[in-house]
Design a protein around this ligand. Structure first.
Ligand code: BGC
Length: 790
């Protein structure tokens, strides 16, 4: 299929809807084949192509599949999203989008299937390498820039997988059971901002069920939330093969079924029949057809000839991106950067076989992947020993201690001995370790967080003979590090794409100063993770029982130690923070608050710092995390240079999702604003008083507690009078004030003791007669209603 009629930019959708037959309309609701929409040539409707991303272009011209098995055109592999998130660099994310947009234009591809913004609920999810963060704010910020960059080139983004698709086990059939607050506050929030601000052309619904209903026929998700609340106007497409009841799908807001083929023809016929029988109105069908046609129209009108897929230039972008994403986890005694004169042992199977990406539908057929072995060739100061075979010794879960048992048999003693010998004879050792490709893939979750036993053992043996040892990691999500205390320097490269090798060399030798920060916590042990007891669920049902406490929200709430916290990352220089200033001490939630802080490079080399801003509500009445990321900015500073960094906070920065109003809500309270270099390296903090604009609705009944009514502004005065009067009655004083005074502190105790008491108890204790109490309830309710407080 080619896009020969692509330059049709004059599609008038209203006219087309009048001229299309019912069968043609139904046919437009599914693809022609694996990657194209259907053309209707008699009306000049072209077919347009979609391809996998998001960390490169996977364009299949021959046999197609959605698992990355069959070959695709030679392309450039950029760092995967977990790496890109670690850059905390919004402009980099935009630039990657723009670069891919140009590649798509050159290859006649109209929509790239990405970015993936599912939250990292557990480090075990097999597709975490394709997702950004454990934090919805950060994830949505990175995604928005990527979408904007891609679409600025006239190519659509298709944000995926909507929604609550946070594991690969049972990914096609499983049911994610998530309460309303958690769904909105954590899982949907990652999509929300990216949909509102990025305005992607496509949203891809996931395979799974959400609270019992498949995403593909979930009207609450695809219509009520996505379109009505968030104002989304683009197309909703299935994940490949995720369609369920086709007619129900249309009614729920699902537009396009992919892939096309014989299965989808049967579904097209079902749509026709439903319209003929009256169970689907032409109006409903027209909505879906319109969304598909609008996508095709945008694609056709924005396609431009003349773009060139410049693989060399894009490789440079990939390499720069890889360097920007790397996170220096540890650097004791400034082992890094190395000097060119240092006699160094490079060790590890990844030196020859770099691990640069994950497996599955995002797999890129790289045109060029320089390996480290090639880069160090001819360098007299660097010697190489393989140390371990990448694919050996690691398919089973095994702990470091367990290296002596089952997996020890897989270890290649000869490779180990050679590497230890070389390390001993050198002045420093760099071990390139990481997860083998088989550990991280679409379609399967990990069962443990460990590196293969042969690698853990090698690191432990090398460090015994070479104190200047650096471990460079290639992995898409956290691993355990049983050797963390003895190894002085650890550089997390993530899955860094084609430029991984060159970027690692530049970072190791200090040509580039590391500047990435973790977009996910590295736990000490799998058992510490908040989803541990409920991942991947049972009998196809996964309960999100950890609630909103995902990642650092959980570790901080429980004050637990972690291996490396969210936001952590070192540099070859140091930064100081000063002059934290808030624009006001008190703000209303309808206003904005400006926060500024001065950051200074206090070291000897130029470097970049990711300044992070967290907000935490004090004394909240509802469960809230200790702190949540609400702003970040990456700045570059020369030695001695200072810069003022400012952030603007708005209602959403202080709000939580309140189920009583099914909306975001700000409690009137004090909030701590903290800025720092990581979630656990807070350098300055200040408090602001925020006045929420409303109160939650209150239905007064026999069960409403006295405390609730005392604390509710519209009823506080009535309750105050009531309490005073009942004190006076009990103590036989004419005046309530006199009685209260006579009781002294006892009055306070009485009130405190009554706070939990329901109104109904006033009857039991003989404070009121039933009729009086009913009158009181009515009076309180009308005070609530009259206050206009929602
Ligand atoms: C994946 C999607 C991908 C699609 C097309 C599915 O299996 O979940 O992320 O875009 O295949 O390859």
């Amino acid at each position: 299929m080619n896009n020969s009629s692509m330059n049709n930019s004059n599609m008038n959708i209203e006219t087309l809807l009048k001229n299309l037959t019912l069968e043609e309309k139904a046919s437009l609701c599914s693809g022609e084949d694996f990657w194209h929409t259907k053309a209707i040539r008699r009306l000049g409707i072209p077919a347009v192509m979609m391809c996998d991303g998001p960390n490169g272009l996977r364009k299949q011209e021959g046999d197609a599949d959605h698992l990355g098995l069959n070959v695709s055109v030679k392309a450039v592999c950029f760092p995967t999203s977990s790496a890109v998130a670690a850059s905390f660099d919004i402009e980099l994310s935009r630039r990657l989008g723009e670069t891919l947009g140009r590649e798509c234009q050159a290859e006649n591809v109209s929509m790239l299937l990405g970015p993936g913004v599912n939250i990292k609920r557990s480090p075990l999810c097999g597709r975490n390498f394709e997702y950004y963060s454990e934090d919805p704010y950060q994830s949505s910020q990175m995604a928005t820039a990527y979408i904007q960059g891609l679409q600025s080139q006239g190519v659509g983004a298709c944000i995926k997988h909507f929604a609550a698709n946070n594991q690969e086990s049972h990914r096609q059939t499983g049911d994610s059971v998530v309460d309303e607050r958690t769904l909105h506050e954590i899982y949907l929030a990652s999509f929300e901002e990216a949909v509102k601000a990025g305005r992607p052309w496509g949203v891809m619904c996931s395979y799974n069920r959400i609270n019992g209903t498949f995403a593909a026929e979930n009207g609450e998700l695809l219509t009520d939330i996505l379109r009505t609340r968030w104002g989304y106007q683009g197309m909703v497409v299935t994940d490949w093969g995720a369609v369920k009841g086709r007619v129900n799908g249309i009614l729920a807001g699902l537009d396009l079924e992919m892939p096309g083929g014989s299965g989808s023809l049967i579904n097209d016929a079902k749509i026709v029949k439903a319209v003929q029988e009256g169970s689907l109105s032409m109006e409903e069908l027209d909505k879906a057809v319109t969304n598909v046609l609008q996508f095709v129209e945008k694609a056709a009108s924005q396609h431009q000839d003349g773009y060139i897929f410049d693989r060399d230039a894009d490789y440079q972008t990939a390499k720069e991106a890889a360097a920007e994403c790397a996170v220096l986890l540890k650097n004791e005694g400034s082992v890094l950067p190395l000097t060119r004169e240092t006699k160094t042992a490079f060790i590890g199977g990844f030196v020859e076989k770099p691990r640069i990406q994950g497996s599955g539908s995002s797999f890129i057929n790289s045109a060029r992947v320089p390996n480290i072995a090639g880069l160090i060739q001819g360098n007299p100061e660097i010697a190489y020993a393989r140390g371990f075979a990448v694919d050996a010794g690691g398919t089973e879960a095994c702990s470091y201690a367990g290296a002596n048992t089952q997996n020890a048999e897989d270890l290649d003693e000869r490779l180990l001995a050679e590497a230890v010998e070389l390390a001993k004879a050198s002045e420093a050792a760099v071990i390139f370790a990481g997860l083998p490709g088989s550990f991280e893939s679409e379609g399967a979750d990990r069962t443990h967080m460990d590196l293969p036993a042969n690698q853990n053992r090698l690191i432990a043996e090398v460090i015994k003979v070479q104190p200047n040892t650096v471990v460079v990691l290639a992995n898409g999500s956290p691993v355990t590090m049983p050797w963390v205390d003895s190894v002085p320097a650890i550089l997390e490269m993530y899955l860094a794409g084609d430029g991984a090798g060159e970027a690692a060399m530049e970072l190791l030798y200090g040509e580039v100063n590391p500047s990435g920060k973790l977009a996910e916590s590295f736990p000490l042990r799998l058992e510490d993770t908040s989803a541990y007891l409920n991942f991947p669920g049972e009998k196809g049902v996964v309960q999100y029982k950890e609630d909103i406490f995902v990642g650092y929200r959980y570790y901080d709430k429980k004050a637990m130690p972690v291996l490396f916290p969210f936001g952590h990352g070192l540099s070859y220089t140091t930064f100081s923070y000063s002059n934290l200033t808030l624009s006001a001490d008190t703000v209303k939630d309808t206003e904005t608050l400006t926060v500024s802080v001065t950051v200074t490079n206090t070291g000897a080399v130029t470097g970049k710092e990711v300044v992070q801003l967290y907000v935490g509500e004090q004394n909240s009445k509802v469960r809230r995390p200790v702190r949540e990321l609400k702003g970040f900015d990456k700045i570059e500073l020369a030695p001695g240079e200072s810069r003022n960094v400012t952030f603007t906070l708005d209602k959403r920065s202080f709000a939580y999702y309140e189920t009583a109003i099914h909306d975001w809500f700000v409690e009137s309270a004090c909030y701590e604003i903290s800025v720092g270099s990581s979630s656990r390296d807070i350098r300055a903090a200040a408090v602001v008083q925020v006045e929420g604009t409303g109160y939650l609705p209150l239905t007064v009944s026999l069960e409403t507690s006295i405390g609730e009514l005392i604390n509710y502004p519209a009823t506080a005065a009535i309750m105050e009078q009531l309490i005073q009067r009942s004190i006076a009655q009990r103590h036989g004083s004419d005046s309530a004030e006199a009685a209260t005074a006579a009781m002294g502190e006892g009055a306070g105790d009485l009130v405190a003791g009554a706070m939990e008491m329901p109104l109904g108890a006033l009857l039991s204790f003989g404070v009121m007669q039933e009729e009086q109490l009913m009158g009181l309830i009515e009076m309180l309710q009308s005070a609530v209603n009259g206050s206009g407080q929602k």
